[in-house]
Design a protein around this ligand. Structure first.
Ligand code: PAF
Length: 281
């Protein structure tokens, strides 16, 4: 894997990879885990050259959030990318991405960015969309891959590409990868104490309780969310932020569940904020 840390190195690496065909970009914040592996693997299947960016983007963290303690593992990440057959790793410094400090012009996600996670993390999606737009500008990829675990993020990135005509970039979303007990893989799982880790599975279990209700034929959103809430009650360390049944594209709350509707949840597990979602079959 070619390692680039500056824009010049990135340009040179992109030139070296030109012969490989379509370029895919997998933007990440590092601390790579099997969830990221699946994004790289999907990119490998669909593009000739695969680049991953590793950048903990300060713009998307609130002042009281975990920017400084976010897990960082550069050498582990590079070993992983090498093993997965990625061609290029971009590891820029904050100054490289934001020369002269935070950008004056940023991408505003609109009302869709103020719901769900956006209601609890003001400014978060503006930070995400701004850095993703910059990365798209630097890489000019034809394909970019994101994880379904961050459903709202993936939907907003798709909308940004479409609404701001950033294409041709195909945005692909890879299924959530889970631990054996069902906990969605996340770099933030590393923060959990042993007891928190045991209870963290409550997010998945409450979504599963609602999903099972749906599979049995229940369509009323309130009843499905009720099933999820009852299950969540079995996990006292989980402090619910939101639990909603939403339309997969508009993210508007819906009263009746149908195939493709998304059940989304966020909760604090101790001090760690966890999210998960399930797409109804
Ligand atoms: O999902 C993430 O890891 C980040 O939000 C992203 C897309 C890399 C932007 O910083």
């Amino acid at each position: 894997v070619i390692v680039a840390r500056t824009r010049d190195e990135l340009e040179r690496a992109k030139r070296d990879l030109r012969g490989l065909g379509r370029l895919a970009l997998v933007p990440t914040m590092g601390a790579l885990h099997p969830g990221h592996d699946s994004l790289i693997t999907l990119a490998r299947e669909e593009a000739g050259a695969v680049a991953a960016s590793i950048f903990v983007n300060p713009l998307q963290f609130g002042p009281t959030e975990d920017f400084t303690r976010y897990p960082r593992d550069e050498s582990g990440d590079l070993t992983r990318l090498e093993a997965l057959g990625a061609h290029l790793a971009f590891l820029p410094s904050t100054e490289e991405v934001y020369p002269g400090g935070a950008p004056r012009v940023t991408v505003h996600p609109g009302a869709m960015g103020e719901r769900l996670c956006g209601a609890f993390r003001p400014g978060h999606f503006a930070g995400v969309l701004t850095v993703v737009a910059k990365l798209f500008g630097m890489f000019r990829p034809e394909l970019s891959v994101f994880g379904q675990k961050d459903h709202q993020q993936a939907v907003l990135i798709r909308r940004m590409v479409e609404d701001l005509e950033l294409g041709p970039i195909t945005v692909r979303v890879a299924p959530t990868v889970r631990e054996q007990d069902g906990l969605a893989m996340s770099s933030r799982n590393a923060y959990l104490s042993a007891e928190e880790r045991r209870q963290a599975v409550g997010l998945h279990q409450s979504l599963q309780a609602a999903r099972q209700g749906y599979v049995r034929g229940e369509r009323a959103g309130a009843r499905l969310l009720g099933l999820a809430r009852v299950r969540l009650g079995e996990f006292p360390l989980l402090q619910l932020q939101y639990l909603e049944l939403v339309h997969p594209e508009t993210l508007q709350s819906v009263e009746r569940a149908e195939s493709g509707s998304v059940l989304a949840i966020a909760a604090l597990c101790g001090r760690t904020r966890l999210i998960d979602n399930v797409v109804l079959p």
